[in-house]
Write a protein that binds this ligand. Structure first.
Ligand SMILES: [Fe+2]
Length: 183
């Protein structure tokens, strides 16, 4: 990374574009790794959730995430690069915190609130990444890739809104039962 920045400072406009191209590919690998990790974490979060509407939200997002992985593979294809993941310490940390919540608050009324908070941290990370990737794809002239990234960005935002709704309607107010109804 330091090397790439060094190069940017002293390079011509053409090189700058190729540096952005490298950064775009690197960041795609980061989110590809993240999505695959999220895919592994979601079934555990769905199982741990006490409220059925939270379980459903996690299950729905699991299906969406499979589609998002496939979309990323299409983007790799568009730029002519191999679909590969690169260790993303940020998502590992966020998911580890989620796992901590599941362990420490097992059986507690606060478990779902903790799971919601962890899931929203994941969504916010993804929204930030996809927003950036979409902007870079447009700058690099990959309009089809930008469209695919925007579709995923919209799904992540919708999921964030849904999680906020669940948190407001039940978890943080009165606590939810396994039926998903208050009280
Ligand atoms: Fe995602």
């Amino acid at each position: 990374m330091a090397q790439a920045m060094e190069k940017t400072r002293s390079s011509s406009a053409g090189d700058k574009d190729s540096d952005l191209q490298t950064l775009f590919y690197d960041t795609l690998k980061d989110i590809y790794f993240a999505e695959k990790h999220i895919l592994k974490a979601l079934p555990k979060m769905a199982k741990a959730a006490q409220a059925s509407e939270l379980t459903e939200a996690f299950e729905t997002h699991m299906e969406q995430t499979e589609g998002q992985v496939a979309r990323l593979e299409q983007v790799f294809d568009i730029i002519g690069k191999a679909a590969r993941g690169k260790t993303c310490d940020a998502i590992i940390g966020i998911l580890d915190e989620g796992k901590e919540v599941m362990d420490e608050y097992k059986g507690s009324d606060a478990l779902d609130a903790g799971l919601l908070a962890a899931a929203q941290a994941v969504e916010h990370y993804e929204i930030s990444r996809y927003g950036t990737l979409k902007a870079w794809a447009m700058k690099l002239g990959y309009n089809d890739a930008a469209k695919l990234l925007d579709e995923t960005l919209a799904e992540e935002k919708e999921t964030d809104v849904l999680l906020t709704k669940i948190a407001k309607s039940a978890v943080n107010d009165e606590g939810m039962t396994k039926t998903g109804k208050n009280k």
